[in-house]
Design a protein around this ligand. Structure first.
Ligand code: SF4
Length: 434
């Protein structure tokens, strides 16, 4: 049996780096230290529903094809389309993302990631008002107050609190939990709220008003007896904890980015953190979901100047979220082919967007069967980045981490990066009249 230590978990944006994986005869036997979600990802290596050959839709079903044929079909689909959408990218490594962006530019398409349906508003707000940045290591060693707003790490990032906020001992937090206070702000009493020291239940859609209430009190104003469903005394109590802590941290999730106000909520939250820095050290961080959604924004910014929703149809990058982002493009029927890599839009996009996706030519690179693989016309299986392929991923605090290869993929499977390179070469070959 092979024992691999200090393996990175390629599931959520926490990118835990202490997993011990036991592999025997090409099967994962155990993934020690991983949470339930991470464990499921490592164990998915062994699952029967993993597809192993490219399949193309024929009639009501799929038939097997070769990788060469699949590559040519994707290349021709992208070239035949007037405005193809290349979407996903959050669950693959940066090196593959880089080739995918080059491909989007070559075919004159739109390239967008899952950020446009999760933390895109955070990115917009950061561009508006800046961002006091900090690493998770600093949070672990210094933070004595952690706030989770619109985020439920007990379910979405299960080891986040044990590694960085609620429980760990840090350099300046030697007593661990006893040295730390946790506040949860959410529309319902989540499991994370259950282990917090203070819980504020905000009325759905009223997050902006609650941020404003904190800022008003902080800047010597007054507020009514209740704001956004929270009593004034509870707002004052939470604010006192914020002002008097030594190092405060605001972690925010899609409960804040996707509730009414969207990026204005984050603008306001960043402004609150800036206000709090008049009293103490305070910072904030988005709770990024997929393990390398942060990396895609980095790579796209290096290559195009913009972090998500980039349209190359005019031959140069254009960026206008709401106009050049996937859900809107699909819902309005403004793209005529879709190529999905490392994502499952059919499972989480609005109905209208998925209906259009089902009508137009489509292809997907994906290791497992998903709702999207059932909808698409062509599915290409790939090796799993971070387990069967090494590469770079960015943790939620923008720290790049090298994810490792710990086992070989099943015979005949290529990495996302290799498949994308083959498609890019084929596109260039066809354009050159070969
Ligand atoms: S918290 Fe996230 S990165 Fe850590 S083991 Fe769980 S799923 Fe993997």
């Amino acid at each position: 049996m092979e024992k691999h230590t200090d393996v990175i978990c390629p599931f959520c944006g926490t990118l835990c780096d202490d997993i011990e994986v036991h592999v025997e005869k090409g099967r994962v036997m155990e993934a020690l230290n991983a949470c339930k979600l991470g464990n499921a990802k490592f164990m998915s290596m062994n699952k029967k529903h993993r597809h192993l050959v490219p399949m193309v839709r024929e009639g009501d079903g799929f038939v097997e094809t070769t990788i060469e044929d699949a590559v040519e079909r994707v290349a021709r689909m992208l070239l035949d389309a007037k405005r193809p959408l290349l979407y996903g990218w959050a669950t693959t490594e940066c090196e593959a993302q880089s080739v995918g962006i080059e491909l989007a530019e070559e075919v004159g398409g739109v390239v967008d990631s899952c950020a446009s349906v999760c933390h895109g508003p955070s990115v917009l707000a950061i561009q508006d008002v800046g961002f006091p940045s900090v690493t998770l290591g600093e949070v672990k060693n210094r933070a004595d107050l952690d706030i989770y707003w619109g985020s439920n790490p007990m379910h979405a990032h299960p080891r986040h609190m044990s590694r960085y906020s609620r429980y760990p001992r840090g350099y300046f937090r030697e007593r661990g939990q006893q040295d730390r206070t946790v506040i949860v702000i959410d529309v319902r009493r989540t499991d994370t709220a259950g282990i917090a020291d203070k819980f504020l239940q905000v009325s759905p859609g009223d997050d902006y008003e609650l941020v404003n209430a904190f800022r008003t009190l902080l800047n010597d104003g007054d507020i009514p007896d209740e704001v956004a469903g929270v009593a004034k005394k509870d707002i004052e109590g939470a604010l006192e904890l914020m002002k008097t802590c030594q190092f405060g941290m605001l972690f925010f999730g899609v409960g804040l980015t996707m509730s009414p106000g969207k990026h204005r909520n984050i603008d306001n939250a960043i402004s609150l953190v800036i206000d709090l820095n008049k009293y103490t050290k305070f910072s904030l961080m988005p709770m990024r979901g997929h393990y390398n959604v942060t990396g895609f924004s980095e790579v796209l910014t290096w290559q195009s100047g913009f972090p998500f929703g980039v349209d190359y149809t005019r031959g140069y990058p254009q960026y206008n979220p709401g106009e050049t982002t996937s859900v809107e493009l699909l819902s309005r029927g403004e793209v005529d082919a879709v190529f999905v890599v490392g994502s499952d839009p059919a499972a989480n996009f609005p109905k209208k967007a998925v209906e259009h996706l089902a009508k137009i030519p489509s292809a997907v690179i994906e290791p497992h069967e998903t709702p999207t693989t059932y909808l698409c016309d062509l599915k290409i299986p790939s090796a799993i980045a971070g387990i069967e392929v090494a590469g770079t991923a960015y943790r939620m605090d923008n720290v790049p981490i090298r994810v490792r290869k710990i086992m070989d993929p099943p015979a005949g499977l290529y990495s996302d990066r290799e498949i994308l390179k083959m498609i890019l070469e084929k596109v260039r070959e066809i354009k050159n009249g070969a």
